[in-house]
Write a protein that binds this ligand. Structure first.
Ligand code: F6R
Length: 615
C-alpha cells in the first residue's frame, strides 16, 4: 500500500529510484513520482498519475547531477489518484520534500491549525499536511531536521513510513516508521538505499536494517547511520543479511508474476516443508514454535486471524486443527475481530496469518489479543515483517517473494505450514491414529509432485477459460475442507478478471444461490472423491437440472462426476485433508487465463494493492 524508495550516495539516483519503484509497484499504482536534490540543495520534483512506466517517460533524457532522491508509487487513500495528489510533497517554503506510506489520522486537525497560521495546500493529501507540519515544528523549535521530525511525529496519530530531505542539508535523509514497513540498505561505499521492502535494495547491498516501530534514522553518505526512538533513546541497530536473490524478483520468462508464482508452487510447498518433515523418521519439527508446543496443547482454543486469501488459509487451518489435533478453532477477519470487543483469555492462542506480515487489520487484531494476554503465533512469508516480529513465535512459509498482487503460492505455503502444525499437535496429543499420521506425512511429501501433475492440466484449463471468459457471474462450491478453497477460487477470479464470483458451501446452494442458476451460470464444483462425495454429486445433479454449466475438479479416474459435468479437471488422489493444496491450483489457473483473455492487468488489478497497511 504505497511504496517508497530513497537513495543518497555517489551514484545517479534516477535509475535506482525507478528500478526500486518498479519492484514496489505491487504496493500501489495510482500515481508515481520522484524528487531529486543536487549538491547545492536544489530540488526537482516529477510526478504523474498512472504507473511507474508513465513516470519513466516523463523523466526520459532528464539528466541531472543529483546526489539524493526519494520516490513513491501510490495507492490512493486521501484524495483522488491524480498528479497533484501524487508524492513527493514539498513544504510551503520549498525547503522540505517528503514521501509517505500510511495514513495520518489526525491530519484534518493539523491542517486546520496550519491554515490558521497561513499555510496553503495544493493537494487533498494527509502527506502534504505532514511535510508542512514538520516544517512548522522546525521553524518554531529552531531544531535541526532530525529533531524536528522527531518532535512532529510525537504529535501525529496514524501510520507512517516516511523519508524526508531538507534542501539546507543536501544528501541528508531522515526516515521514520510506525505501522508501515521501512528497510534501510547500507551500501559498502557509505551510501544508503531505503525502501518499503527489501526488493529494491538487494541489487545494491544485502546488509539491511529493518527499522522498528517508533524509530527514526539519520542517514548521511559516508557516515554511520544514527537510529533513535521517538522518545530520543539511542538504538544500536542490529543489521540483517538478506537471503534474497535478484532472480527471485524477476519474471524469468513467464508472461506475468502471477503465472510464475502459480508454477513455483511445487517448489514453494516443498520449501515450506523442507527441514521440517521427515517421513522416514515419522517426525515433524517446527523449530519456531517448539518451545510453545505445550502451551498450545493446553490452550482452550485457537483463533486464526487474517484477511483475504490469508483468512481463507485460516479457514482451511480450522478444518485441519479440529480434525487432526481436536483443538477448537475459530477463524476471524482481522478487521472484524479488532472492533468487536472479542472475548480473549490468556489460555487462547491466536495465530496471525499474513503473506506480507504488514496487513494493518491483522496486525491490530494481534496487538489486541496480546494486550488481553493470549499467546500470539505468526505464519508470515516476509521475514522481519511487523507480524513476524510482534508475535511471540511463529513459522515462516518460505514461499519466496510473492509479487503478483493476487496471492497464489503464499496461500498454498500457508496451508502447508498449517498442515504441519496440525499434524505435529495431533501427534503430540495422540489424536491421530499412528497409521493415519504416517500416511499423512508420506502424502504430504508427495504433494509437490502432485502439484506438478496438476500444472500439466493447464491446456484443459485454458480451454475452459476460453469457453466461459464472457460469463457475467461464477459460482464456486465446495464442502468441508474444500469450502474455503471455493471461496479462494471465487476471490481469485473476481479480483483479477473483475467477473463477479461467489464461493459457497455446496449444501448452502439450496438456501438461496440456486435461484441464480440457469444456462448462463458456470458453477465450479470441487468434487474430490473422499470429501462428502455422494452429497456433492447430489448438488451437481441439482445444478444440472437447472441447466447450470458444471466445471468439476475431480479425483483422477472419476467416472460419476465426469458423466454429469460439462468439464472436468482431474487432480491426483490424496488424503482429503491435503486436497486444498491440489484443488486450489486449477482455480488459480482458471482465474489467470480468463483474466489474460479479457486483457486485464493480471499482476496489477485495478484498485488493489498487495500490502494493505491501512485499515
Ligand atoms: C488476494 C490477496 C489479498 C491478501 C490480503 C491479506 O489474492 O492477495 O486478499 O490475501 O490482503 O494480505 P496478507 O496475507 O499480506 O496479510
Amino acid at each position: 500500500m504505497c511504496g517508497i524508495v530513497g537513495y543518497t550516495g555517489t551514484e545517479n539516483p534516477i535509475p535506482i529510484l525507478i528500478d526500486g519503484l518498479k519492484r514496489l509497484e505491487y504496493r500501489g499504482y495510482d500515481s508515481a513520482g520522484l524528487a531529486l536534490m543536487n549538491k547545492s540543495g536544489e530540488i526537482k520534483v516529477f510526478k504523474t498519475k498512472g504507473k511507474v512506466a508513465d513516470l519513466e517517460k516523463l523523466i526520459e533524457n532528464k539528466e541531472w547531477d543529483a546526489v539524493a532522491g526519494i520516490a513513491h508509487t501510490r495507492w490512493a487513500t486521501h484524495g483522488a489518484p491524480n498528479t497533484i495528489n501524487a508524492h513527493p510533497h514539498v513544504s510551503g517554503s520549498g525547503d522540505l520534500v517528503l514521501v509517505h506510506n500510511g495514513i495520518i489520522e489526525n491530519y484534518s486537525i493539523l491542517k486546520e491549525a496550519l491554515i490558521q497560521k497561513g499555510y496553503h495546500f495544493k493537494s487533498e493529501t494527509d502527506t502534504e499536511v505532514l511535510v508542512n507540519f514538520i516544517e512548522d515544528v522546525k521553524k518554531e523549535s529552531g531544531k535541526n531536521l532530525f529533531e524536528s521530525v522527531q518532535l512532529a511525529l510525537k504529535r501525529v496519530v496514524g501510520a507512517y513510513a516516511i523519508v524526508v530531505m531538507d534542501k539546507n542539508f543536501p544528501g541528508q535523509m531522515v526516515v521514520a516508521r510506525k505501522g508501515s514497513p521501512l528497510v534501510v540498505g547500507i551500501g559498502k561505499d557509505g551510501d544508503y538505499i531505503i525502501a518499503s521492502d527489501a526488493a529494491p535494495i538487494v541489487s545494491h547491498t544485502k546488509t539491511v536494517y529493518y527499522l522498528d516501530e517508533d524509530e527514526l534514522a539519520l542517514l548521511e553518505p559516508g557516515k554511520e547511520m544514527m537510529v533513535k526512538t521517538l522518545d530520543n533513546k539511542l538504538v544500536t541497530p542490529s543489521l540483517t543479511e538478506l537471503d534474497l536473490t535478484i532472480e527471485q524478483l524477476e519474471k524469468e520468462g513467464f508472461e506475468h508474476f502471477m503465472l510464475k508464482e502459480i508454477y513455483e508452487q511445487p517448489r514453494s510447498v516443498y520449501d515450506s516443508m523442507r527441514g521440517r518433515i521427515n517421513a522416514e523418521k515419522k517426525q515433524i519439527k517446527l523449530g519456531g514454535i517448539e518451545s510453545y508446543e505445550n502451551h498450545i496443547l493446553e490452550s482452550d482454543r485457537i483463533i486464526m486471524v487474517g484477511c483475504g486469501t490469508s483468512w481463507h488459509a485460516g479457514l482451511v487451518g480450522e478444518y485441519l486443527f479440529e480434525e487432526l489435533a481436536r483443538i477448537p478453532v475459530e477463524t476471524e477477519y482481522g478487521s472484524e475481530f479488532r472492533y468487536r470487543n472479542p472475548i480473549i483469555k490468556p489460555r487462547d492462542v491466536v495465530i496471525g496469518i499474513s503473506q506480507s506480515g504488514e496487513t494493518a487489520d491483522t496486525l491490530a487484531a494481534l496487538r489486541l489479543a496480546k494486550e488481553k494476554g493470549a499467546l500470539l503465533l505468526g505464519i508470515c512469508n516476509v521475514v522481519g515483517s511487523s507480524i513476524a516480529r510482534e508475535t511471540h513465535a511463529g513459522v515462516y512459509t518460505h514461499a519466496g517473494p510473492e509479487i503478483g498482487v493476487a496471492s497464489t503460492k503464499a496461500f498454498t505455503a500457508q496451508v502447508t505450514v498449517l498442515t504441519l502444525m496440525a499434524l505435529r499437535l495431533g501427534y503430540l496429543k495422540g489424536t491421530i491414529p499412528q497409521e493415519r499420521y504416517e500416511n499423512l506425512l508420506q502424502e504430504l511429501e508427495n504433494v509437490p509432485d502432485k502439484i506438478e501433475q496438476v500444472l500439466q492440466k493447464d491446456l484443459i484449463i485454458q480451454q475452459v477459460a476460453r469457453e466461459y471468459k464472457n460469463a457475467k457471474n461464477f459460482l464456486y462450491l465446495g464442502r468441508g475442507i474444500n469450502f474455503p478453497v471455493a471461496l479462494e477460487g471465487a476471490l481469485k477470479l473476481k479480483e483479477i478478471s473483475y467477473i463477479h464470483a461467489e464461493g459457497y458451501p455446496a449444501a448452502e446452494m439450496k438456501h438461496g444461490p440456486i435461484a441464480l442458476i440457469d444456462e448462463n451460470m458456470p458453477v465450479v464444483v470441487i468434487a474430490t472423491k473422499k470429501g462428502n462425495y455422494d452429497k456433492i454429486v447430489s448438488n451437481i445433479m441439482e445444478i444440472k437440472a437447472r441447466d447450470g454449466k458444471i466445471i468439476a475438479i475431480v479425483t483422477e479416474g472419476d467416472q460419476q462426476v465426469a458423466g454429469l459435468a460439462d468439464h472436468v479437471i482431474e487432480i491426483p488422489e490424496s488424503d482429503e485433508m491435503l486436497t486444498p493444496l491440489l484443488a486450489t491450483i486449477p482455480l488459480q489457473l482458471l482465474a489467470y487465463h480468463i483474466a489474460v483473455m479479457l486483457g486485464r492487468d493480471v499482476d496489477k488489478p485495478r484498485n488493489l494493492a498487495k500490502s494493505v497497511t491501512v485499515e
